[in-house]
Design a protein around this ligand. Sequence first.
Ligand code: 2BA
Length: 107
Amino acid sequence: MKMITAIVNKEDAKSVTRALIEEGFSITRLSTTGGFLMAGNVTLLIGLEDEKVDACIGVIADHCRQRTEVVPSNVGYGIAVETAYPMEVTVGGATVFVTNVERFEKL
Ligand code: 2BA
């Protein structure tokens, strides 16, 4: 058994969640915050059989797209002088981790 941890853009979260449920996957949805942009994103936990991993990643890929975000970037020019330049950052589609599950029980 595997656990997929998928971090997705919150704009894609609704459609990817719906599609995964329609395909029969069991998921837990967590509201999370990206450490770099400090913006909200969504983390999905999906426990599944090994042979379903590729299908699950396929559903995630079909519903998550890359976006370019323009964010302020604080560039330091020495002590007490700071200028903010906008910076382009490419986010997503999805960041996916697949890990082995040693034991799975529903009690
Ligand atoms: P954030 O940490 O808010 O990162 C948003 C985007 O900013 C990233 O998109 C990446 O393009 C850029 N970025 C992140 N750290 C950077 C840095 N130190 N310098 C320059 N640019 C940086 P993605 O790579 O698509 O990541 C989207 C979200 O997925 C991340 O939001 C974070 O919540 C999560 N994530 C990505 N890689 C991760 C990892 N290795 N471990 C844990 N979470 C991760």
